[in-house]
Ligand binder design. Sequence first.
Ligand code: URA
Length: 189
Amino acid sequence: MLDWDNLEAQCLACSRCSLCEHRHNVVFGVGSRSAEVMFIGEGPGEQEDLTGEPFVGRAGKLLDTMLDCIDLDRSRVYIANMVKCRPPHNRDPLQLEQEACAEWLQNQIELIQPKIIVCLGRISAMAFIKPDFKITREHGKWFDIGGRRCMALYHPAALLRDPNRRPDTFLDLKALQAEIQTICTRTYL
Ligand code: URA
């Protein structure tokens, strides 16, 4: 396992897959490195590629609103993506790209040791919770994976496309808040 400085330096110089060829920035992750709650998205979009920060586009603004609903903000959690470079035309990251990138995120998880992992969207839930994860049926449900509490929310981009899913997400966020209040000691300090 690498320490933060080495991890970040090596990740920023990564050329393990072809996504590195067209990137403007590697989107490493933001937030507290001692967070108890970690959010994992899919991969950077255009704004994230241009700024180097996860979830700063329209979906990111909605993620901020979702966090705000349960009295959280970016400084109290850690936010990262499965792949650190933007897939062209915002397509889903290929299996090969996910595998090439997995070690960076795994190392981040090992350094942070979050109590709770929140997968943002189906792709992240399939990688972290189970390969046959069904987001419409299983969003908001808790799973114990490797000693951590894990749940998936609808991806904020999906909530922008289909606002009918927002009431469900509000309930999922409340379930997340309750779990944080039960098992986390520092998040709401
Ligand atoms: N969608 C993601 O999954 N991650 C981002 O950083 C931005 C949009």
